[in-house]
Design a protein around this ligand. Structure first.
Ligand code: PFF
Length: 462
């Protein structure tokens, strides 16, 4: 990056912004990976699908497939120091590869449409926890509070806008002064909060049953479809297949050890997911509740569980703050994809690009938020808007993007050019690792992801 900066400065151009330190690189990248996926998806899917056996399968899928794709994205970004579309335009001029970047911009936009809706619920729950309005030991009552929120119009829209305005303000502040600074402050807070809630949960009488649910290895539950589910989860978890990591990679300096960054982020992200499971399930079992998936776990069971324990309100506030923190880092990385694209490809100021993006997401996102109320009659391919955006991104665009990132590196870029970036121009002595990585992206990853894609679309059944 120094070279680019130097060149830019000599040409009298304003240098392109980037992350200013390795800690900042890890914080921002981990901030993207850690999100709602760790809290409302990973722990439950793990418990349902064989506990420790599933975690093992997940780690293998993440290591052999998602991590190589993440690394591919980071390398493409760092090589070109350009946004997701510009990166492909630089590396493969006059070829249609830039469409992979375009698909990434669309994916991040569509993910934000529904992700910001759920993040809005989470932010509103921070305030509800403080105000005490979700404090109740009766699931019927917490269910009613949640129903009122999601079946409303003004309230969920307000919170969605709040989330967009909040994250948009950080994005406007810039890459190092906004994203890097905020994630560097938030990630340690997230870890500490998780640790406190973990200790609370583990010290409740009867906690061991929850630990059993989460960890007891049951290899008989592992089937092909569970393996594919693990792979799909590893994809969404590590924010790959859509240019987020290309964009963040473009802000990384020439001395960052990218393979190491990927491994650190992947393992830390899994640790956060496991810690989230430890925060949730022992407490759920300790008070005689049943684990549940998605919205009902987070917004109905959790408030009831926390209300049942000593100092429950305090821990409930901490819990929802940590979920809000997790969602914030993920949204920052999602927002940065279209913003960087607009700024660089259309020469529009960062402020205006952010404002325009937020307004467009607010518009499209409101159709997700209102999909169970005002727009409940509107269905496309049998799905309401919320489910449609989720389905199109998770089941089609992300795997498709992943396949093309892998094919680009394996077949279009080639080993020599790739290795220049992988090894920091030969300064890192990691050729053995590079060879393994290259085989993974050239052959293994595209086939495995194609299987996920075809299964997700119902073309193959196991
Ligand atoms: N990794 C985030 C999570 O697990 O919640 C979700 C996500 C963020 C997906 C950013 C994709 C992305 F670009």
């Amino acid at each position: 990056m120094q070279d680019t900066w130097l060149q830019d400065t000599q040409l009298g151009k304003k240098p392109r912004e980037g992350f200013s330190s390795s800690v900042g690189v890890i914080a921002a990248t981990l901030g993207s990976a850690v999100g709602l996926g760790n809290i409302w998806k990973f722990p439950y899917v793990t418990g349902q699908n064989g506990g420790a056996a599933f975690i093992l399968i997940y780690l293998i899928a993440a290591l052999l497939i998602s991590a190589p794709i993440m690394l591919s994205e980071l390398m493409i970004g760092r090589k070109t120091h350009a946004n997701a579309v510009g990166a492909f335009k630089t590396l493969a001029k006059h070829e249609p590869w830039f469409l992979v970047g375009v698909s990434g911009v669309i994916s991040s936009f569509l993910i934000m449409a529904f992700y910001s809706c759920v993040a809005g619920w989470v932010f509103s729950y921070v305030f509800k926890a403080v105000a005490g309005t979700i404090e109740s030991t009766s699931p019927q009552q917490t269910f009613a509070v949640f129903q009122t929120l999601v079946n409303g119009v003004g309230e969920p829209l307000f919170w969605q806008l709040f989330v967009l305005a909040f994250t948009g303000t950080i994005i406007m502040a810039g890459v190092s002064k906004g994203i890097e600074r905020v994630t560097k402050a938030l990630m340690p807070i997230l870890f500490v909060l998780l640790l406190i809630v973990d200790i609370r949960s583990l010290t409740l009488p009867g906690a061991s049953q929850g630990l059993k649910f989460l960890f007891q290895p049951d290899f008989s539950k592992i089937s092909i479809s569970v393996i594919l589910a693990a792979l799909g989860l590893a994809f969404f978890k590590l924010s790959v297949g859509m240019g987020t990591m290309t964009t963040y990679g473009s802000y990384m300096g020439e001395n960052e050890n990218l393979p190491k960054t990927v491994l650190t982020v992947m393992l830390s992200d899994t640790l956060v997911s496991i810690m989230a499971g430890i925060a949730i399930f022992p407490a759920v079992y300790a008070f005689g509740f049943k684990p549940d998936a998605g919205p009902s776990l987070l917004f109905i069971t959790i408030p009831t569980v926390f209300s049942s324990m000593p100092f429950g309100r305090f821990f409930m506030i901490l819990f929802f703050i940590l979920v809000a923190v997790a969602a914030t880092g993920a949204i920052l990385s999602l927002l940065e994809v279209p913003v960087a694209y607009i700024v660089e490809e259309y020469k529009i100021s960062r402020r205006m690009a952010t404002l325009g993006t937020i307004m467009a997401i607010a518009l499209v996102g409101s159709t997700a938020t209102l999909s169970t109320t005002l727009l409940s009659q509107m269905h496309i391919f049998g799905k309401n808007f919320f489910d449609l955006y989720d389905f199109v991104t998770s089941n089609i665009l992300l795997p498709l993007g992943g396949i093309f990132f892998a094919i680009f590196v394996g077949w279009r870029w080639g080993f020599e050019d790739m290795f220049e970036v992988f090894s920091n121009h030969g300064r890192l002595k990691n050729e053995g690792l590079a060879r393994i990585y290259f085989i993974l992206v050239k052959f293994f990853a595209p086939v495995a992801i194609a299987l996920v894609l075809l299964t997700g679309l119902g073309f193959i059944q196991f």
